[in-house]
Design a protein around this ligand. Structure first.
Ligand code: NDP
Ligand code: OXD
Length: 309
C-alpha cells in the first residue's frame, strides 16, 4: 500500500521528508513517479496536475495539503465517493490571523502613505490611528476567521463576524446568512474575506455588495480569487466606493504579469502566502488519516462535499 503526493507549487520533497519523519516505513510516491498505480490507496493533493488522481483503482481517500478544497471538489476526474479531508492546524490559522492583523494595522496607521512620504523625503505627521475606532468585518468564522477575530480583538479593534450558521464568539458581533449580511456590512472600515469558495460564495465580492458597504471602506481577500469580481473592484476603486484592496488570492494564479492589479496604486498584492501549511506541523495528521483509511475508519477533518467545505 502506498501514499501519493500530488502537489504542484508546494515542494513535494519536503512533504515526503516530513511524512517519512513521522513514519519511516511509509511507501511514499511523488507524482508523476507513481510506480504501480494499483498500490496507491491514499493521496495528498494540492493543485494536482490534470488527471493526476484519475485512474488510481485502489484509491480510498484524499487529503488536501491546505485548508481549502475548492479545486479538488471542482476536479471532475476525482470520484465523488472518495472521502476528502483537509488541514486544520494551529500554525496555519495563526499565520492567517497574523496576516489579517498586520494588514489591519498597516491600513489603520496609514503605512502606505508614510512610505510615499519617505520616498519624497517629506516629514509630515499622520495620526497613528486608534483600533478602538475601527471596525473590521470578518467573512467566515471558521479556523482562519476565528484566529483573525481573536488577534484583532486582542489589540482593541471592534470586530464583526459573518458565517453561514449562527455563532456566538467572545468579543465579536456575529451575523449569519444572507438575511443578516446587510447588518454585518454596516459601519465597516475593513472587510476581510476568509470564506471557502463554494457555489454560494463565488463572486460574492461584487458591485452589489460594494454598494452596500460604507463609502471609503478597505477590503482584504485571502479566501480565494473566485470570491472577487475583479472588474467590479476596479470600478469601485476608481469611483471611491472602496479605498484600497489587499489581495492574497486571485482568479488566475500566478497573477499574470500584464494584469491591471499590479500597477494599481491602491491595490496591495501578496502572492498567496497569507498562510502556508508547514509540512512538519501537519504531517502527523496526514499520517493518521492514512492509517485510518487503511483501517477502514473515518478520517479526521473531513470535508462535507454537499456543503462545499
Ligand atoms: P472553515 O471551513 O473552518 O470555515 C469556513 C467558514 O466560512 C465557516 O465559518 C462557514 O460558516 C463560513 N461560510 C461558508 N459558506 C458560507 C456562506 N455561504 N455564507 C457565510 N459564511 C459561510 O475554513 P477555514 O477557516 O479553515 O478556511 C477558509 C478558507 O480560507 C479556505 O477554504 C481557503 O479558501 C482560505 N485559505 C487561504 C489561505 C491563504 O494563504 N490565502 C490559507 C488557508 C485558507 P459556518 O461556520 O456556519 O459553517
Ligand atoms: C489553503 C491555502 O487553503 O493555502 O490552505 O490557500
Amino acid at each position: 500500500m502506498s501514499l501519493l503526493i500530488a502537489a504542484r507549487g508546494m515542494g513535494a520533497t519536503k512533504w515526503k521528508a516530513a511524512l517519512l519523519a513521522c513514519d519511516a516505513n511509509l511507501d511514499v510516491r511523488v507524482w508523476p513517479d507513481i510506480g504501480n498505480a494499483g498500490d496507491i490507496v491514499f493521496a495528498c493533493a494540492w493543485n494536482p496536475a490534470p488527471h493526476a488522481l484519475a485512474n488510481l483503482p485502489s484509491l480510498r481517500g484524499i487529503t488536501s495539503l491546505g485548508a481549502g478544497v475548492d479545486r479538488l471538489l471542482e476536479d471532475p476526474t476525482i470520484p465523488e465517493y472518495l472521502p476528502l479531508a483537509r488541514i486544520i492546524d494551529e500554525r496555519l490559522a495563526g499565520a492567517m490571523g497574523e496576516y489579517v492583523l498586520f494588514h489591519a494595522l498597516r491600513l489603520l496607521r496609514g503605512y502606505d502613505a508614510l512610505r510615499q512620504q519617505q520616498a519624497c523625503h517629506e516629514w509630515r505627521h499622520l495620526p497613528s490611528g486608534d483600533p478602538g475606532r475601527w471596525t473590521v468585518g470578518i467573512m467566515g468564522l471558521g479556523e482562519m476567521g476565528r484566529c483573525a477575530v481573536q488577534l484583532l480583538h486582542s489589540v482593541g479593534f471592534r470586530v464583526k463576524g459573518w458565517s453561514r450558521r449562527p455563532k456566538s464568539l467572545q468579543g465579536v458581533e456575529t451575523y449569519s446568512g444572507k438575511n443578516e449580511l446587510d447588518s454585518f456590512l454596516q459601519g465597516l472600515d475593513l472587510l476581510v474575506c476568509l470564506l471557502p469558495l463554494t457555489s454560494e460564495t463565488r463572486d460574492l465580492l461584487n458591485a452589489d455588495l460594494f454598494s452596500r458597504l460604507p463609502r471609503g471602506v478597505h477590503i482584504l481577500n485571502a479566501g480565494r480569487g473566485g470570491h472577487l469580481n475583479e472588474a467590479d473592484l476596479l470600478v469601485a476603486l476608481d469611483n471611491g466606493q472602496i479605498s484600497s484592496a489587499t489581495l492574497d488570492v486571485f482568479a488566475t494564479e500566478p497573477l499574470p504579469v500584464d494584469h491591471p492589479f499590479w500597477d494599481h496604486p491602491r491595490i496591495y498584492i501578496t502572492p498567496h502566502n497569507a498562510a502556508d501549511s508547514e509540512p512538519d506541523s501537519v504531517a502527523s495528521q496526514i499520517v493518521e488519516n492514512y492509517r485510518r483509511i487503511k483501517a477502514g475508519q473515518a478520517m479526521l477533518n473531513l470535508v462535507n462535499r454537499g456543503q462545499g467545505y
